[in-house]
Design a protein around this ligand. Sequence first.
Ligand code: AMP
Length: 282
Amino acid sequence: MKTVTTIKQMQRLIAALRRQGKTIGFVPTMGYLHAGHGALLDRCRKENDIAVLSIFVNPLQFGPNEDFRRYPRDKKHDEMLAKKKNVDIIFYPSEKEMYPTGYLTKISVKKITGGLCGRSRPGHFDGVATVVAKLINAVSPDVMYLGQKDAQQVIVLQKLVKDLNWPIRISVVPTVREKDGLAMSSRNKYLSPGERIQAASLYRSLQYVKTLIQKGERSSKTIVGQMSKIVKRNTSTKIDYIACVNAQNLEPLARLQGKVLIALAVFIGRTRLIDNIVIKVS
Ligand code: AMP
């Protein structure tokens, strides 16, 4: 396993591998790796000659009052997991390498970034699009692996890749969960034991409305209301949003129809967690 810290070195290495006819798979992350990242790495390893993992906590995608400074970091643990997953290359650039003094460019995907997480985290998806564009330019992958847990991010990055004509396939990996259903996340580390128990209500609410929809419920208002009720049973939760939207273009739905994304963002204490499910409604 090789650790690369500069963009130039990464580009040279990839160019040499390409000359040998190797296919490149890529998993971009912010580190503090868990089994969710592990699932992406497994797929990447299986489907490509070369598996590249990037670890970079991207300041551009954090708001001024968000957790950039305290975002969990553990290079040793990450390297161990990467080794276990047979990663070939870890790309581990510094902030200065990615955004040197005088850096001025941002990439902005419009419209689909206006709702859900984009509404409560202005500028977040510009930061994500910009860093992923830079990472793609460094790694030039054939396939990029993303987690369904960040559903809006998947749609934004699919659009970015399509609009900029990059010859890259995006592979979406299902959300990996704890035993009680909580979606794995680096931010789960912030939860106190009490909050950790409450956090399971997010997935419970999604599972509950899934059964309602299976029984015929089609009103978005009812679905959102039922989910709020379950999540609010816990005193220290604050709902950022709960929404039913079209899973392809993220347009809000009054009545559920077609492929529906039910997504939520909830503060458990100070920790903002997200989760979602996709349901096909006939
Ligand atoms: P992050 O390090 O949180 O930026 O995540 C890096 C990648 O891992 C993103 O594509 C995430 O969607 C994905 N990911 C994070 N958590 C999970 C999970 N529980 N299951 C599947 N993928 C995940």
